[in-house]
Design a protein around this ligand. Sequence first.
Ligand code: IVH
Length: 670
Amino acid sequence: MDPADLKQIERLSDLIRHHEHLYYALDRPEISDREYDRLIKNLETLEARHPEGILPDSPTQRVGGKADDKFPPITHRQAMLSLDNTYSLEELKAFHQRVLKGLEVDEVEYVAEPKIDGLGVALIYEDGSFMKGATRGDGKTGEDITANLKTIRSIPLRLKLEKFSKGIFEVRGEVYMDREAFWELNAGREKNGDPPFANPRNAAAGTVRLLDPSITATRPLDIWVYSLGHCDEPVPETHFESLELIRALGFRVNPETCLCKTFDDVFEQVETWKSKRSDMAYDVDGLVFKLNSLKSQAQLGRTAKHPRWAVAYKFEAEQAETRVLDIVVQVGRTGAITPVAELEPVLLSGSTVRRATLHNEDEIARLDVRVGDRVQIEKAGEIIPKVIAVLDKDKNRGNPVFTMPTRCPECKTKLRREEGEAVLRCENFNCPGQLKERLLHFGSRNAMDIDHLGDAVVAQLIGQCEVKRFSDLYNLKLEQVQNLERLGEKSGENLLSAIEKSKHAGLPRFIFGLGIRHVGQRVAQVLALTFGSMEKLATATPEELQAVEEIGPKIAQSLAEFFLREDNRNEVKRLAEFGVKPTEEMKNIAGRLSGKQLVLTGTLTTMTREEAKQKIQQAGGRVTSSVSAKTDYVVTGADPGSKAKKADKLGVPLINEDELLALLKDSLEE
Ligand code: IVH
């Protein structure tokens, strides 16, 4: 057997195992089910060619282990709709007016409920016993997560009233995690070197979809039930009464739920919740108002996505007040200098905030913020808190206006502001401040995903182990890292094995991890698929780069600048010497489209352009946006544009959709 093929089988198997671990064990997949299937198919193709190379523990030898069958589907008897959102009292009023108009009445009753930030589920009871639980999924079909839901103690396995012990009875609600439980869970995860969840919602959603219910059982999930689903037995006439029934049957119904007899009561709820939400033990991201009369609900009906009888009023980002203790500057991985306010610690959205970004010099001038000022800060979702206003502008004006430094706080290099940009930059590539941020980014979850490579460890690696570039990580010896502080209970050995493992992280992550300006995850993916190896990417001309769809002049220039630098080129070489030289696996599979350059024009009928592009890339081809002498085929759909003409002129063969499908079929079956 060709040793290269054997190596490829091993590499693919490792990669698949890595993604299986992320998907099944950690519940944080990084590739789509479709990409996963593609990897499996590649491996099967290779193994079919060399049956002697099939290892008993190959990922292809697992029975029924496909990712997309993780949970069997459940078709909802009634669609699980989502709610239309409103963000202001005016919008809320407009909703109310539509309701009045639709029903031809002057006043209606609503039920107000907190909108819980978790995961919507359906609980189905048959003859009074809990039979199935499902996620919302796409609204029509969800996933069967019965085993996990059974671990939530507050979900009754038997309904408490005789009345509903015949036929189907369904309720819907939100699975969530308390803020405190979330912090505790994360603290434990960090101690174990596991990546923390970003917020309680993610923690709940990840937990409820774990494959092993015994792990789910250890996590503090709970549920608020907020409506009936399909029921065989007759139900009450109002939503409020149905909630009372749901409570009587043994479910948790949120005690904050209340009846609004008039629209003034609705306004009052909005007012009350402004301060109340931060006192809650769990995240509430808005209020839901539902028409109380079920008959009126039916009369109003629904649009394709939302009921016309209910609406969500979304709260503004949570805010808090605190004092600015100092204003400092931070160096980012691309050298951007960001001013940051150091704050008197304050509780916001369930976490203690000590710093908030001030963005740039213009923003500081706009806010006119000075040390000692009382400020209002805001946090929306999981993003970094920011200062939004100074509250006591008449005070502290004697304090100096903050001015940005002229030199980098870390390496003292003179800072530069690019024309038309608000950002100051340190252009010293070897600046230790930048280096630290670059290493953190390189090891981050979406890049090389190196466990244990946190802030404190990176600082020590730079300070004590002379790590000056990414490749130095791969040259670390056990003696060097054994005694680093803050490695937690895990030893230096684990850090080294995490670093070793990252060699198989794959080309898209590697490209992303390099931290090239304007190259995010999506661009890295496109570049990996197009060029197939770091070597090819590094030697691509600006024209070749720009010919790739989705790569504009800004990205092309940034890439060109990066690879023009000798130290960067040497670094990529050195990384390869240490074994970090991933290739995009598809490229190695020979097919008729392998290495071919295609241009699409006109409308395709059996697939979208995006799908066509993906299929061509899977088959080893590249899709570029403009026709040149290098183009191998121009695919013409209906109403082809000028590209077809240009192809004709250059003598590039034109093929239609059927011919493309035939080429794809050959390539993918090869
Ligand atoms: S009622 C047709 N009530 O918010 C009514 N939903 O976009 C649909 N949610 O998917 C749901 N708290 O997961 C309703 N008290 C509440 C809710 C609530 C949270 C979630 C639910 C839904 C999403 C609406």
